[in-house]
Design a protein around this ligand. Structure first.
Ligand code: NAP
Length: 287
């Protein structure tokens, strides 16, 4: 990343009220970035500001409103960063939400909502940020999921949205790289955050409404909720986000644990994405 010697690089991060986004904001500030920590509801910035304060990095963290489903707020946030700092060195597309259910029971609306937040939000911020990232030789870092590679039961809408994220960014990466912008996806497995709580699951009601899918849903919930007992901490997952921001040449795809790499390897030969990037970069090599 090209940075003027006198000015620390600027990163904008979405979804910093809790979890990986909050931890990434603090860790990026600790790594020397000026962090524009965005939330759809800035009234929820208390935990972020407290964490920044106790890490001694509060002066490098600025809170900004941004709802990834509201294009006007995305554009306004990026404009404000550039007006204030005169540069944007990286964006971290972190905001996202789970979506549990199967198509017959949940209907199309679950898919629409998952795509709005997890996919179109990433498309929109990336689009608006690119001209500024091109000027800085910057980076797009996106928190995807192992569910962006491996489809999982009762995660049809969530995995479809994360597959969409990966298809979008895997395709964009060689094009962005041709103008000096690095694109990386980060793939966590289970992470201890507000992710499960934010699903606001009413398990008895879900099971009661599951009809022929009740035994499968019951088994799935037991397996998955148990996997969160050994979840990676948000700080640990955020360390991979910071690695994607700071490593000299990060690969396209970074998992956050060995387990996550093993899981995606069930399906992928190219777990870090470098084989695909080497192939498709040659299609846009004008030299
Ligand atoms: P989290 O604690 O629930 O954090 C999600 C963040 O996204 C919150 O700050 C939430 O804000 C924000 N958000 C939701 N909708 C938004 C919108 N429309 N505009 C702006 N912000 C919005 O969960 P997390 O685990 O840290 O999730 C972060 C990312 O990691 C997500 O992309 C998720 O898919 C991914 N991930 C999580 C896990 C896991 O096991 N936790 C595993 C793989 C991938 P509010 O507080 O306002 O809702």
């Amino acid at each position: 990343m090209s940075t003027a010697p006198t000015a620390a690089p600027v990163v904008l991060i979405t979804g910093t009220s809790s979890g990986i986004g909050l931890a990434a904001a603090v860790a990026a500030a600790a790594a020397g970035f000026r962090v524009v920590a965005t939330l759809r509801d800035t009234a929820k910035s208390g935990p972020l500001l407290a964490a920044a304060e106790s890490a001694g990095v509060a002066e490098r963290v600025r809170v900004q409103q941004l709802d990834v489903t509201d294009p006007a707020s995305v554009a306004a946030a990026v404009d404000e960063v550039v007006a204030e700092y005169g540069r944007l060195d990286a964006v971290v597309n972190n905001a996202g939400a789970g979506a549990l259910g199967t198509v017959e029971l949940a209907g199309t609306e679950l898919f629409r909502r998952a795509l709005e937040v997890n996919f179109l939000g990433v498309v929109d911020l990336t689009r608006v940020a690119l001209p500024h990232l091109r000027a800085s030789g910057g980076r797009v870092v996106t928190v995807s999921s192992v569910g962006g590679v491996v489809g999982q039961p009762f995660n049809e809408a969530y995995c479809a949205s994360k597959f969409a994220v990966e298809g979008f960014l895997e395709s964009l990466a060689p094009v962005a790289a041709s103008t000096g912008v690095t694109v990386t996806v980060v793939e966590p497995g289970a992470v201890a955050s507000e992710f499960v709580a934010n699903l606001q699951l009413d398990v008895p009601a879900l099971l009661a409404a599951a009809g022929p899918y009740e035994p499968a849903l019951k088994a799935y919930l037991a397996t998955t909720l148990a996997s969160f007992d050994n979840a990676q901490s948000s700080a640990d997952a955020a360390a991979t986000v910071v690695h994607a921001l700071t490593a000299e040449r990060p690969p396209f795809r970074l998992q956050t644990t060995e387990w996550a790499t093993g899981f995606v390897a069930t399906k992928l030969a190219d777990t870090d994405g470098s084989a695909v990037q080497a192939l498709t970069s040659s299609w846009v090599d004008a030299s």
